[in-house]
Design a protein. Structure first.
Length: 749
């Protein structure tokens, strides 16, 4: 009998060892764990441990110099993670690097410990929880395996404790903060560490450095002694109250003061499917977009910052061309919602959102769904007191998405977008405007290999616009495209195409250019010097080619780029690029952007220019970037200098200046132009709960000076008090255009 018992225990021991080799076993605690950064709780001694971290940068061969040991536990409510992060220098004399006390800190500028967790084990969608050496938290939602959305916010807990030879961290992630199904006995996980004192990135699971630290294709199993139960009935109410005044001096209106109550709700429909609701939302705390001088012929793209649109945002917006070099063709762009075009001055103005609902998440093991509907109000807008007010009908924006994983990490995803107008100028009643609609339907195939080397997309979308006819039929125009990228340690190859038809019109999407066929490709080769202690980490010669054709297959644009990038071991880099451009204008275009005589449609231009870009080591207190562009520009010359200068007062804040100066030298009848874009900024952390952001932006192209200031007090997790002030001046006469101030209180129940 004793022999049999011994044999059973021996087999269990072998099983435990095999689990430790292949993954990490999560044991239950015997009691609650206090999150204080001290790993002195007896529970930690019995926990499974992950160690022997692998290098990701400077090199991806060998073990990390800085020793890291991680332990995991669980109880009914939390996944606990404890880590000991040892100093690589024997005396522990080098101070940890902490750039900010503000939540969602710059990732690579901090000494940090992070957790990448994939509850569905699909190696695609998951979460990252990072803690810097001062105990400041940063969380991200991950999609496509390597895309991190840091605007996602969730409630979790972390504390650190500093010692001379190491620092320790304790993390408690509530299961209710994660979307997963009950009964799943295997997740995926990885742990990452950045130690800027020795310029080292490392992770528990080996990750090729060309893919980047935290890539979800490189995780190990997280195994449960007993799988956690998903919290399917967890809900949160988030009321807010905003008091604000706004003055539009151009309209010569009196001060507009209003008190806006808002209510948001997060409801767990199932353990992995979330419903977000919003009523009368106010986004006064959202930071202004960075000023840009648009010297191109097309619209610029700006990121989404409004919290309602953030969670699972990839489900709705990751359609169409999204590679770096492509001409975009996206059927859905959330920034269109809540904006209306003022036909008087051609600018977009904010309109009030009445309510919205958003269902998103995992519907099965291999299925994800998304459904969103947002209603805006009818209102009138005008650019000045002399102009007649323009009626803008209310709009309903509804989007449906279904995603099916087909093999490995790949998936097929369908989308339907509908914009429908309500109301009319006569009575403004809530009624459907039958012919005022725009719809887009599309299908995307997303290829993602299990090892992360292959990434690609094939898509086809069609738009339908009410009242638009062609040959007696409703106009239906298409957009389609494809791209494929292969990345290995030494080689990256890319090829793709995009077609956008003449009448393709995604009004709630982003397609700044239509009626073209584009082909593009690039080759990049990474060379790593054999001398491991030299100054250069790698250099990568690159060639890129792109051509645009019109419907008659005549070339309208061509770009050839030759470049080489040197990356140094201290994380600075320099890139030298030579561009050869050929353009045939399809519409009149003023290259000076000054309102002078335009270049005529049908004329063509061939020119070359040189671009140099330098980025210094951003872990230093003083770091900067410098970009110089000089050479041809249509029928003249362009010379520009741009970049930023930053100074960190660790860990209290960062002071920076963004700048861009462009000199356009053009022959008669065009005119020369000098354009400045200038923006000093201060991000100050008084503590881990009180922050101040101030920003001044001067844009010479629009003759506008913008001042923005936001004081944020996080008085409890995810609950904030905001005080925001903003104004816009005309830089030519220093007259105020608009001025606003708001106080917003948010409480998370």
């Amino acid at each position: 009998m004793t022999y049999k018992v011994f044999l059973v225990y021996l087999l269990l021991g072998v099983y435990q060892v095999s689990l430790a080799q292949d993954g990490l076993l999560v044991k239950r605690t015997t009691g609650p764990i206090k999150i204080d950064g001290h790993l002195d709780d007896s529970n930690w001694q019995a926990a499974s441990m992950a160690n022997n971290f692998k290098l990701v940068f400077l090199s991806d061969s060998g073990s990390a110099r800085a020793r890291t040991e991680v332990r995991v536990l669980r109880d009914e409510r939390f996944l606990y993670i404890g880590a000991e992060l040892y100093s690589a220098d024997s005396g522990g004399t080098k101070k940890v690097v902490v750039s900010s006390l503000k939540r969602d800190f710059p990732f690579f500028e901090n000494d940090l410990f992070g957790v990448v967790v994939n509850p569905s084990n699909d190696k695609l969608n998951g979460y990252a929880f990072n803690v810097n050496a001062a105990g400041v938290q940063e969380e991200s939602q991950i999609f496509n395996g390597d895309s991190f959305d840091i605007t996602w916010d969730q409630k979790w807990f972390a504390e650190v404790h500093q010692q001379q030879q190491k620092w320790t961290v304790e993390i408690a992630i509530p299961f209710k903060s994660l979307r997963f199904k009950s009964g799943q006995d295997q997740w995926s996980i990885n742990f990452v560490r950045i130690d800027n004192r020795i310029n080292e990135y490392s992770s528990w699971v080996f990750t090729p450095r060309n893919l980047g630290i935290g890539h979800m294709a490189y995780t190990r199993p997280l195994l449960w002694e007993s799988s956690p139960t998903a919290s399917g009935n967890q809900h949160a109410l988030i009321p807010s109250l905003t008091s604000a005044f706004q003055q539009n001096y151009g309209n010569e209106k009196k001060m507009d003061f209003k008190v806006t109550p808002s209510l948001d709700a997060k409801i767990s429909v199932t353990s992995s499917l979330a419903l977000d609701l919003t009523a009368n939302p106010d986004f006064s705390q959202v930071e202004v977009d960075a000023a840009q001088a648009n010297l191109t012929r097309f619209e610029l793209y700006f990121p989404e910052r409004r919290q309602f649109f953030i969670e699972n945002n990839d489900l709705f917006t990751d359609f169409g061309s999204d590679d770096f070099f492509s001409s975009p063709s996206r059927p859905f762009y959330t920034r269109r919602i809540g904006l209306a075009l003022n036909p008087v001055n051609g600018s977009y103005e904010q309109v009030r959102i009445l309510a919205g609902a958003r269902l998103s998440g995992r519907a099965g093991k291999n299925q994800r769904i998304g459904l969103m509907s947002v209603q805006t109000a009818s209102q009138t807008i005008a650019s000045s007191s002399e102009e007649a007010e323009q009626f803008v009908p209310g709009q309903n924006y509804t989007v449906g998405v279904y995603q099916q994983r087909v093999h490995g990490r790949s998936n097929v995803t369908g989308i339907f977008v509908n914009r429908q107008a309500f109301g009319n100028a006569a009575d403004q009643r809530f009624r459907v405007a039958n012919k005022d609609y725009n719809r887009v339907a599309g299908l995307d195939y997303n290829l993602l290999s299990t090892d992360g080397k292959w990434y690609g997309k094939i898509f086809h979308h069609s738009s339908f616009t009410g009242g638009v006819k062609r040959n007696g039929y409703e106009a239906k125009q298409n957009s389609h495209g494809s791209f494929f990228r292969y990345t290995s340690r030494n080689f990256q190859a890319f090829a793709g195409h995009t077609f956008v038809g003449r009448d393709y019109n995604p009004e709630t999407g982003f397609a700044p250019r239509t009626d073209f066929l584009n082909f593009r490709s690039s080759l990049r080769y990474y060379i790593y010097p054999k001398r491991q202690n030299g100054r250069i980490n790698n250099f990568s010669p690159t060639i890129y080619y792109s051509a645009y054709l019109d419907p008659n297959n005549h070339q309208t644009d061509r770009t050839v780029m030759l470049a080489n990038t040197l990356r140094f071991r201290n994380r600075s880099s320099i890139q030298l690029s030579l561009y050869d451009e050929w353009i045939r204008l399809l519409a009149d275009f003023d290259p000076s952007r000054s309102g002078a005589a335009p270049l005529k449609a049908g004329t063509y231009y061939h020119y070359r220019y040189l671009e140099t870009a330098y980025q210094s080591d951003n872990t230093k207190s003083l770091f900067y970037s410098l970009n110089i562009n000089t050479g041809g520009y249509f029928n003249g010359q362009r010379h520009s200098v741009s970049g930023n200068i930053n100074y960190k007062v660790q860990p209290w804040g960062i002071f920076s200046v963004n700048y861009r100066y462009t000199y356009l030298k053009l022959p008669h009848p065009q005119v020369n132009n000098r354009i400045w874009v200038f923006g000093p900024r201060a991000d100050i952390s008084f503590s881990r709960s009180l922050f101040l952001t101030t920003l001044v932006q001067y844009n010479g192209l629009s003759s506008n000076v913008n001042f923005f200031a936001k004081l944020q007090w996080r008085y409890r997790p995810l609950s904030d008090l905001f005080i925001v002030y903003q104004d816009n001046h005309n830089s030519k006469d220093d007259l105020i255009k608009t001025r606003s101030a708001a106080v917003k209180l948010v409480y998370w129940f």
